[in-house]
Design a protein around this ligand. Sequence first.
Ligand SMILES: Nc1ncnc2c1ncn2[C@@H]1O[C@H](COP(=O)(O)OP(=O)(O)OP(=O)(O)O)[C@@H](O)[C@H]1O
Ligand SMILES: [Mg+2]
Length: 264
Amino acid sequence: MSSPNPFDQQKPIPGVHKIIAVSSGKGGVGKSTVSSNLAVSLAQAGKRVGLLDADIYGPSQPRMMGALNQKPEITKDNKIKPIERHGIKVMSMGFLVDEDMAVAWRGPMLFKAMNQLFYDVEWGELDYLLIDLPPGTGDVQLSMVQKVPVDGAITVCTPQNIALADVKKSLDMFQRVNVPLLGVIENMAYFINPANPDEKLQIFPKGDLLSFLDSKQITHIAEIPMMTEIALASEMGIPHTAQKSGDPVSEAYKLVAEKIMQQV
Ligand SMILES: Nc1ncnc2c1ncn2[C@@H]1O[C@H](COP(=O)(O)OP(=O)(O)OP(=O)(O)O)[C@@H](O)[C@H]1O
Ligand SMILES: [Mg+2]
């Protein structure tokens, strides 16, 4: 007899009204950057927002949200209090263990860690919980989007055709678990030269993403440029959207937030 899968039973997260997963078929395309900027935009639209960094092996949100080396409080009933930054409640494995420790986790330890992140956090009431998933479409990601009732998913990708195969894998994963795909955010769509902001450079060649999405009737939610400023903002721990308003990037995120609020 096979051992029971601890993720078989789907359970809601108390107090959390809507859950949105941010995924990508491969690493480094900007999931964590998109998650943090979008979380701030949703909060700016008046929503109560949580950000769960589910990347157990490589948590990014402590740095991106300006909460590096923070240790969360534990409540009387043994719940973990998220760290609040930029109007967002943030939770990350990075707050609980040393960066180099989590890397070795497999099997039961991994499931225990996931359960803790999903169910032992005192979120309070949240309109939206964004889950910044680990990169890829393997068992861990699949378990995560099955474990909690995800209301919608966003896939982040870059423009070139090499990335398209990974987009397809993400779509396939969400279809298999019946999670509605809200659409795709094309990150690093072009590069804006910091010395001349009017100059757009196509770093990654444009591929067939748009026609592919069109053929599958999947929404192309937004195109976010690659900008030194965006990366610097994340390094500083203040997401771009928390620093600026009215510029094209913040406006793009504002539109993404509006689309999400309409759909979910
Ligand atoms: N639009 C952008 N413009 C400039 N830099 C960006 C942009 N998006 C992401 N980056 C930078 O690219 C790097 C990778 O981004 P990020 O960590 O968000 O990707 P990820 O998909 O979450 O990666 P991982 O798969 O490791 O979790 C970071 O240094 C980030 O600052
Ligand atoms: Mg990440």
